[in-house]
Design a protein around this ligand. Structure first.
Ligand code: FEO
Length: 394
């Protein structure tokens, strides 16, 4: 438990989750995470921005008792997902005076998910303001970052943006402000990769809107706050842009060494052509790492044996994950080794259909690859080289 002071009469009162290992039961968290909540004491009214994951509700309650054992007029809900809204029912129970301030979509979701009574809400519209006396909150609707109801809150006088998930990073740290930018950007990219990437087109628009605001501090609801906002805003501009990097990812599985021989040959061929390549042996790969790399890789080549009548299930999962994230990769390839036959190419192709990419001709090897197969792999490396040159990334 700890209350951290952001500025005069502005406190971080949420919880650091040092031990959390998985997020969304999907990606590993090497550095834990945090659920930040912010208390703002105006000259007339007090507001709490977001709450915490239900598991950490007691930390929030205790922190509030320490710093502000008085009335809380408003509870601003930027996002209905439970890691930020989970503490709302308890706050409302302890503070019968508190009104939840949010947009109409978020209200509907909070009613559905947490059964919060309708009469406890004040519904605001895009760019509406709320006065706390000498401090003014402005609400900016930013749908699909990463749910349909998401919004951010801007504290005008102090020039602080409270964007909830937007710009957040999976990182448990005692320091309130970013001190190690590369570490925090790792956690921020992990967060972006897993949940924001499919919405990069709309996030581009929201970033433009935020350019009109004078922002001195970004205080997200995961990870440290940024007292140099350009650090994370520039990173986001890069991630959501249409630009890709000179990088080929090879997610693969090999059962008896044939697919591995193809993967190794392609890897050497790409290195010879000055193309960065990264292998993900899907038997043990960290899919969070894979998601981070797919944020800006130009090309993905899947490698799989035929299993039963299709691709290896781990490759099916990777292909589905790539499609679900709507990665901005420009080219997709597949190399497969088989014993008798099956529908690997069609299967993987349909799973990554949401990715708008050129599909290279597949390379299929019957059993252990031979000279002809290796020639095809060299030709594939030549095509990748050509495409990366055409993109101006090599
Ligand atoms: Fe951090 Fe979308 O919740």
């Amino acid at each position: 438990m700890a209350v951290r002071k952001l500025k005069d009469r502005i406190f971080e009162v949420g919880a650091i989750d040092w031990d959390r290992e998985l997020f969304d039961e999907l990606v590993h968290l090497p550095d834990g995470t945090s659920y930040n909540a912010y208390l703002i004491q105006g000259s007339e009214k007090t507001a709490l921005i977001d709450t915490v994951d239900p598991d950490k509700e007691n930390v929030l309650i205790q922190n509030l008792k320490t710093v502000h054992p008085k009335r809380i007029d408003y509870l601003i809900s930027n996002h209905a997902e439970q890691d930020h809204s989970g503490g709302i029912p308890k706050i409302l129970e302890l503070h019968p005076e508190t009104m939840v301030v949010t947009n109409a979509k978020c209200k509907a979701m909070l009613v559905d998910h947490l059964h919060i009574p309708e009469e406890r809400f004040i519904v605001i519209k895009d760019r509406e303001t709320l006065s706390l006396g000498d401090k003014t909150l402005e609400f900016i609707l930013t749908p699909w970052v990463h749910w349909p109801e998401t919004m951010v809150t801007y504290l005008q006088e102090d020039k602080i943006l409270f964007p909830c998930d937007f710009f957040g990073a999976h990182r448990a740290a005692s320091n309130l402000f970013v001190r190690n930018e590369s570490k925090v950007l790792y956690g921020a990219k992990l967060y972006y990769a897993e949940i924001m990437m499919p919405f990069r087109a709309i996030i581009q628009k929201h970033l433009k809107v935020l350019e009109d605001y004078d922002i001195e501090i970004i205080a997200p609801s995961h990870g440290p706050a940024y007292d140099r906002p350009s650090c994370i805003m520039d990173a986001y501009r890069d991630w959501v842009s249409d630009e890709v990097k000179n990088k080929v990812l090879i997610p693969f599985v090999s059962m008896h060494g044939s697919t591995r021989a193809m993967v190794d040959h392609l890897t050497s061929a790409l290195i010879d052509r000055d193309i960065k390549v990264k292998l993900f042996n899907l038997v043990r790969a960290d899919m969070g790492e894979y998601a981070m790399d797919i944020v800006d890789a130009a090309t993905v080549v899947f490698g799989t044996p035929f299993v039963l009548v299709g691709a290896h299930p781990a490759v099916v999962y990777a292909a589905y994950f790539t499609g679900a994230l709507r990665a901005k990769v420009k080219h997709v390839g597949i190399m497969a080794s088989y014993g008798w036959g099956g529908k690997v190419v069609e299967q993987v192709g349909s799973l990554i259909q949401p990715v708008k990419a050129e599909h290279f001709d597949p390379i299929l090897s019957r059993g252990l690859p031979g000279e002809e197969d290796f020639k095809k792999i060299d030709a594939l490396a030549d095509i990748i080289l050509e495409r990366h040159q055409a993109l101006g990334i090599l």
